[in-house]
Design a protein around this ligand. Structure first.
Ligand code: F6R
Length: 612
């Protein structure tokens, strides 16, 4: 949610910032802006994408070796030029960029107004820069001290960078509950919301912790202090991120690249964790979890969006294979009620970004109640990864397309590994079935490759239904969460209204919607309850609905009933979601493409939701 990037060094800063903003654009694309210090403060900002900002600055000579930029996902104030970042102080001396929300901006704004401040935007961010200005003026403080003291008066979440026209060799940044990474070059420093703008310049980074303030100076000098001005020792890490991982390569979009990366990302997720020939699974934290928690009371899975759908599959897996009761919670709901969580519970946080504000807050709540926290995360070093007691990275690599694809299959793979291993250890599945599941899991990547080899039929079906205004997705058992996920993918990238339902629920309401204009996508790969799903298809056909069925190779019965079928290879039922989701990702993709939608940057969305 909003991307921030900053540079201080010897090079011309503007192109570095623009390039960085392009890398961060997946975090928000309502507006973009830069501030460059070159004797005076130059601010350029524009509603729209980074390319609109580039167009706006065309022909303007923008020199200067100290700069910062912002790409916005609007929270307070409409997405327009005025509300775009950077924001200036009343005396035009300070500029700020901000990712997060200042919750007490109302009272702060009223107090500042009484002191004579006037505001040009509706943002909470402008209030913060006026507060820093006021404190700097009243107490005669340096920029870093003024930022630090101001932040003691602020409630909410932030990653900020501030520059001062009268202090042109310095940037001051701070973080609380919004991500911030410092990049250390030979004689230059970078700041960004994630490492993607940094990786082409240096691989030495420091992930800034909550409550820390960073002072960046020329010649790559920097200091980190806490909010009380105590000096902190930085933990410098070597980034394991390659530039080609954040470029589209031969693909038209990041989403298509990421869909095609799934055989590799699942192999990466399983690397060193499974060996079917030798008959073992080794997954981080699980031995701890098992050794200490033979008596796991319950698993609670907290997540949002697509990650929540992966969590639902986790529920089916853990309950069926390991016989552990599971509850899957929307993190945003869990955190705001008074849930019963005890030290016997294991709370699993599922998150691609590791920064989702609601998931983070739900885990903090569970921690306060003494639960054991386990993270299944993609982003290395992210806030949730650092909060949890144990966990496993899914190793999907950077996911840039806003609609999650390879992170979802990485999460499901990790949950499958955990559930199979726990099932075996707890004696709830026999060794023969354990070995069979291991063998099957190892074959999943090549089965996905097979699905990806023949996409023409999916494209053809997409063309047939691209003008629909509504769609219904139905699935049973392990395929019910896939119905939800298929519907979400369609909604978010093609803007077609879609609903996912357990197939049997259709007759309790949604069946009223079915007519000849309603495509009904049925995920019908179940071995158990096959006859039931066949009956559900009959019910749709009887009401003239168009049925698109995802079936297992060689299926003949459903083929005769459905208008279109898409085949996937057979596998053991608990692993089916890893295959059945692939055609649905592609179907949504092609429909969105036919409708002329921007698949990588769907309207109103952003990749990492760091606000509540
Ligand atoms: C949908 C999508 C979102 C995310 C959700 C949680 O395609 O990407 O629904 O799944 O915002 O994000 P993470 O997994 O980063 O916590």
């Amino acid at each position: 949610m909003c991307g921030i990037v900053a540079y201080i060094g010897k090079k011309r800063a503007f192109p570095i910032i623009i390039n960085g903003l392009k890398r961060l654009e997946y975090r928000g694309y309502d507006s973009a802006g830069v501030a460059v210090l070159n004797g005076e403060m130059n601010v350029f900002k524009k509603k729209g994408k980074v390319n609109d900002l580039l167009e706006f600055t065309k022909g303007v000579k923008i020199d200067g070796t100290l700069a910062m930029g912002h790409t916005r996902w609007a929270t307070h104030g409409a997405p327009n030029d005025l509300n775009s970042h950077p924001h200036l102080s009343g005396n035009n001396r300070l500029a700020i960029i901000h990712n997060g929300i200042i919750e007490n901006y109302g009272p702060l704004k009223d107090a500042l107004k009484k002191l004579g401040h006037t505001f040009t935007s509706q943002t909470d961010t402008e209030v913060l820069v006026h507060l820093i200005e006021e404190i700097q003026k009243q107490d005669g403080l340096s920029l870093e001290d003024a930022v630090r003291v101001s932040l003691t008066k602020v409630e909410g979440a932030y990653a900020i960078v501030v520059m001062d026209q009268l202090d042109p060799n310095k940037l001051v940044a701070a973080r609380k509950a919004s991500p911030l990474v410092l990049g250390i070059g030979d004689d230059e420093l970078f700041l960004a919301s994630d490492a993607t703008p940094i990786v082409e310049h240096t691989n030495r980074v420091v992930y800034i912790n909550d409550g820390e303030v960073v002072i960046l100076k020329r010649n790559a000098e920097y200091q980190i202090v806490d909010i009380d001005n105590n000096i902190q020792t930085p933990f410098i890490q070597e980034l394991d991120l390659k530039i080609d991982a954040i470029e589209k390569g031969d693909f038209d979009s990041f989403m298509m690249k990421e869909i095609h990366e799934q055989p590799k990302s699942i192999r990466d997720c399983m690397r060193g964790r499974i060996n079917a020939a030798e008959g073992w699974i080794k997954i981080g934290g699980i031995s701890e979890l098992y050794k200490d928690r033979d008596d796991i009371g319950r698993i609670i899975i907290a997540a949002c969006g697509t990650s929540w759908h992966a969590g639902l599959i986790g529920e089916y897996l853990f309950e069926e294979l390991a016989r552990i009761p599971v509850e899957v919670e929307y993190a945003s709901e869990l955190r705001y009620r008074n849930p019963i969580i005890t030290p016997k519970d294991v709370v699993i946080g599922l998150s691609q970004s590791g920064e989702t504000a609601d998931t983070l807050a739900a885990l903090n709540l569970a921690k306060d109640k003494g639960a054991f926290l386990y993270g299944i995360i993609n982003s290395v070093g992210s806030s949730i990864a650092r909060l949890t007691n144990a966990g496993s990275y899914i190793h999907a690599g950077q996911e840039i397309g806003v609609a999650s694809t390879k992170a979802f299959t990485g999460q499901v793979t990790t949950l499958s590994l955990m559930a199979i291993e726990l099932g075996y250890k707890r004696g709830t599945i026999p060794k023969s079935y354990y070995l069979q599941l291991l063998k099957e899991l190892e074959q999943i990547p090549s089965k996905i490759e097979k699905i990806l080899e023949s996409t023409e039929k999916i494209k053809y079906i997409a063309a047939e239904i691209k003008d629909a205004t509504n769609a219904l997705y139905l699935g049973r058992g392990y395929n019910f969460p896939i119905a939800l996920e298929g519907a979400l993918k369609l909604k978010e990238i093609s803007y077609i209204h879609a609903e996912g339902y357990p197939a049997a629920e259709m007759k309790h309401g949604p069946i009223a919607l079915i007519d000849e204009n309603m495509p009904v996508i049925v995920i019908a790969t179940n071995q158990s309850a096959y006859d039931k799903i066949v009956s559900n298809i009959q019910e749709v056909k009887a009401r003239k609905g168009t049925v698109i069925a995802i079936v297992v190779e060689g299926d003949t019965e459903i083929k005769q009933l459905a208008d279109h079928t898409i085949e996937i290879p057979n596998t053991d039922e608990p692993l089916t979601p890893l295959l059945s989701v692939i055609p649905l990702q592609l179907l949504s993709y092609y429909i969105a493409e036919f409708r002329g939608c921007n698949v990588d940057q769907p309207r109103n969305l952003a990749k990492s939701v760091t606000v509540e």
